[in-house]
Ligand binder design. Structure first.
Ligand code: B3K
Ligand code: ZN
Length: 856
């Protein structure tokens, strides 16, 4: 067993104990210095239960002084263990605990706690980063008001809450709202603000600032605009008002994830703030809007009401994702948003649920909590709330949420608290529903039909079963809301959307009074995160694609047709004529939203096809999958060349660039057409577009197409030269090459790029761009010679000692290794074993790789 494993003690939900002390007030004082920042803390504490005073403290924190009510303690009064500090001195009922420590932000390569990014001080404390700043009960159920003093010569000094005092070299911030330590933030640097103002529904004025590095101001406007729309939306949709005088957002270049909802001081990966038509794609704009919304919405769902412990992470994340999805649906196209969310859910969460990393939406055990910021907690967590809303209806949902905010404001709450609110607001018993939180795995739902022509009755027979997941063998039946509608043979809707509530392992639902046998449109709007299995012919699917009134189900019909066509092609069949004809009709239907048409034209990703192969009991062959997908794209292009040309020409936008949803939708259709034509025109359209495009959406797509067509060398060089000073665009450059290069050459391309002087691999965005670009190229990552696996393993091992969170996160690319053939499995196993045999692995990476390696 590798050494790291022996230090891995799992934390268990069942072990939760309340903290014996409350903190009435926190006062922090920072004397900032890149190498030796001195942090003084004064915590006004009060005992509320029996028990030791135990604080968390990171290994790198140098402790100089501890005092109780001004009286110094001696080292004999405390014990310092790996990450804790236990104080033995006798303590009065109320006392002030003071500490003084030194920390070294310049040595902080893990970007957890206080660190430096391009000379700017910044922090990341979720989940357990605050302990690397000062000794503290670093757990979310300890909430307190903070006052923070910052000493530094840097021009901008920020922390949570409202500014209290500012003078040269000093700033004092006061956050009146009690909060857990993970929401603490501090920023100091040479920053410029792009500012605005928002008046809340009760008439309070709030100063808004988006802080960026000098020169980046012209790219911060969209983030500010998104913030204003988020604030307004939360008032209208949820009645939630902002609660401080200022709201600050800071863009940081070195950041482990997307963004962080620190109270009043959100810190963002610059990728999710900075945008201009020349440097950002439509996808970037949409993500900026969504994530600005997400972090803002956390102010109520996460900050005002936080989590009792990290097992309850989905309480804030699932709900906040659900809210940001609603926001984007309202700002843009709701059907397109829903389809995109389902695509992400299936690609990331279903994959997780079906592999060695499967865990419940509310896990019951973890070694490293940062490994549980997963698609299951976030995206499935959001789906579960969507199901609740579907089951109880919009009005009851709103009543339940009002009650939640009322009852739990200021609390560190649990999933039990959350469900109780819904039970109290609706009178429903949610005992069975709770299984969505406690049981891992994606239910398989089968549907068969029984048509009684004499009685005019249709019976829908459903069965559900959930495959075992690690540590959970038996899965009792869950509540599944199944939205269905019935269409008559001429395409009219005879029964509009009805939600069937399935609670048994097998259950029938009947529809009477039908004149003719209808076509069933099932799981409309993707009403539950399940895999639906039903026997449908290609012509049934083509019928649904032509007539279904539910946009999701209609898209799903196109998707299933494409999937089945691809599966048949892998087995040697020719492309399905029914599918090709259906695609032709869709392409030419001007009544359909362009963004929606673009989604219907997109073929399933190779990874998705691989999953479909293994779901059907086969072993995916990545090369055959790649070849079939390429062949189908070529065939679509050949069969519909003139229609694609027409779409490509007709959807040219004139005038100046606008990132709005309609314009973005038109571009996405145009680029979907380009992507198909690229298979038969040798890259001609792409080359012309690359030369003429005035925006990054089209340029990046053209560059990707040229690389895929094997003729991008000149443009790849030109792109680099043009953008070499725009960090985020160069990230894209590092990603597009390994992602779009023909699989046989992609690993070599990635290795070459890894040696490029600009491959600043310690920067998380750059690392993710290159390494993630390769792992997302399915046939390249799964190269038969194991070179993709080796490449990933090499880089995980290099990253792990510096930044364990990034290494651990990227390791999940290995999680499907058991699906492939024995020879590939052998290579993947060797790479995983090589990682596990490396001394001093972080607990982050060792937990991940151990779980992946032990896959059954
Ligand atoms: N709450 C943060 C994520 C923190 C991740 C810590 N490893 C961002 C978000 O979900 O809004
Ligand atoms: Zn979040």
């Amino acid at each position: 067993m590798p050494a790291a494993q022996s230090q891995q003690t799992p934390h268990l939900l069942a072990d939760y104990r309340p903290y014996p002390f409350e903190i009435r007030q926190v006062r922090l004082d920072f004397a900032l210095d890149p190498k030796a920042t001195v942090v003084q803390a004064a915590l006004d504490m009060e005992r509320v239960l029996a028990g030791d005073l135990v604080l968390d403290i990171g290994a790198g924190v140098i402790l100089h002084r501890l005092a109780v009510d001004g009286v110094d303690l001696t080292p004999a009064d405390w014990t310092r263990a790996a990450e804790t500090l236990t104080i033995h001195a006798a303590l009065p009922a109320r006392f002030t605990l003071q500490s003084e420590v030194t920390i070294d932000p310049s040595a902080n390569t893990a970007f957890e706690g206080l660190y430096l990014s391009n000379g700017m001080f910044c922090t990341q404390c979720e989940a357990e980063g605050f302990r690397h700043i000062t000794p503290y009960p670093d757990r979310p159920d300890v909430m307190a008001p903070f006052e923070v003093t910052i000493h530094s010569d840097l021009p901008v000094l920020l922390s949570n809450g409202n500014p209290l005092r500012e003078e040269p070299g000093l700033a004092v911030w006061q956050d009146p709202w009690k909060k857990p330590a993970y929401l603490f933030a501090l920023v100091a640097g040479d920053l410029r603000a792009v500012s605005g103002e928002f008046t809340t529904m009760s008439g309070q004025s709030v100063d808004l600032n988006v802080w960026v590095r000098p020169g980046d101001e012209p790219r911060a406007g969209y983030a500010l605009d998104s913030l204003i729309r988020s604030m307004k939306w939360d008032e209208e949709a949820y009645g939630r008002e902002y609660d401080l005088d200022v709201f600050n957002i800071v863009a940081v270049d070195d950041f482990n994830m997307g963004a962080m909802e620190n109270k009043g001081l959100n810190i963002f990966n610059s990728k999710l703030v900075l945008a201009s038509p020349e440097t950002a794609t439509d996808g970037d704009y949409e993500r900026i809007e969504g994530v600005i919304g997400h972090e803002y919405f956390h102010n109520w769902t996460g900050n005002r009401i936080t989590c009792r412990d990290w097992f309850q992470l989905c309480l804030k994340e699932g709900l906040t994702v659900f809210r940001d999805q609603q926001f984007t649906a309202d700002m843009r196209s709701a059907p397109v948003k829903r389809i995109n969310d389902v695509l992400t859910l299936r690609a990331r969460q279903f994959r997780e649920d079906q592999g060695p990393l499967a865990h419940p939406v509310r896990p019951e055990s973890y070694i490293e909590i940062n490994n549980f910021y997963t698609a299951t907690v976030y995206e499935k967590g959001a789906e579960v709330i969507g199901m609740l809303k579907t089951l109880i209806g919009d009005d009851s949902y709103r009543r339940a949420l009002d009650l939640y905010f009322d009852r739990h404001d200021g609390d560190a709450a649990t999933i039990e608290d959350w469900l109780k609110v819904f039970e109290d607001a609706t009178g429903r018993d949610l005992t069975q529903f709770k299984r969505w939180y406690t049981d891992a795995g994606t239910p398989i739902l089968t549907m068969t039909e029984d048509w009684d022509a004499d009685a005019g009755r249709l019976t829908l027979r459903f069965t559900q079963s959930t495959p075992p997941t690690p540590g959970q063998q038996d899965k009792p039946a869950r509540v599944i809301p199944i939205a269905v509608g019935l269409l008559s043979p001429n395409g009219d809707e005879v029964v509009p959307t009805t939600v069937l509530e399935m609670t048994e392992a097998a259950q029938d639902f009947t529809f009477d009074g039908l004149a003719t046998r209808p076509m069933v449109s099932a799981l409309r709007g993707f009403s539950a995160p399940v895999v639906l299995k039903r026997d449908l012919s290609a012509s049934d699917r083509a019928f649904l694609l032509a007539h279904d009134t539910d946009p999701f189900a209609r898209w799903e019909a196109a998707r299933e047709l494409a999937r089945d066509t691809l599966l048949a092609m892998i087995r040697g069949a020719a492309p399905d004529a029914e599918y090709l004809a259906a695609i032709g009709r869709l392409l030419a239907d001007p009544a359909l939203d362009p963004a929606y048409r673009a989604l219907c034209l997109k073929l399933p990703a190779e990874e998705e096809i691989a999953t479909a192969v293994s779901d059907a009991g086969g072993v995916p062959d990545p090369d055959a999958i790649h070849a079939a997908r390429e062949a189908l794209a070529s065939e679509i292009a050949r069969s519909h060349q003139s229609a694609l040309e027409a779409v490509y020409q007709d959807s040219v936008l004139t005038g100046s660039f606008s990132p709005d949803a309609d314009s973005a939708g038109k571009r996405s259709l145009r680029l979907a057409a380009l992507g198909l034509l690229n298979h038969i025109d040798g890259g001609e359209h792409a080359a012309a577009l690359y030369a003429s495009a005035n925006n990054m959406t089209e340029r990046a797509a053209a560059l990707a197409a040229l690389i895929a067509a094997g003729r991008g060398d000149t443009e790849v060089k030109a792109f680099y030269n043009e953008f070499k000073n725009v960090r985020l665009v160069i990230d894209m450059w590092f990603m597009l090459q390994p992602l779009n290069t023909e699989p046989a050459q992609a690993v070599a391309v990635a290795r070459g790029l890894a040696a490029h002087p600009d491959f600043d691999w310690k920067n998380p965005n750059r690392f993710r761009a290159l390494i993630g670009g390769l792992t997302a190229n399915h046939a390249a990552f799964h190269a038969a010679d194991g070179s993709g696996y080796d490449f990933l393993a090499d880089w995980l091992l290099k990253m792990d000692p510096l930044n364990p969170q990034i290494a651990a996160r990227m390791s999940s690319a290995f999680d499907s290794w058991r699906k492939y053939d024995p020879a590939r499995q052998e290579k993947a196993r060797a790479a995983l074993d090589r990682i596990l045999a490396t001394p001093k692995l972080s607990k982050n990476l060792s937990e991940m790789v151990t779980r992946i390696r032990n896959a059954a």
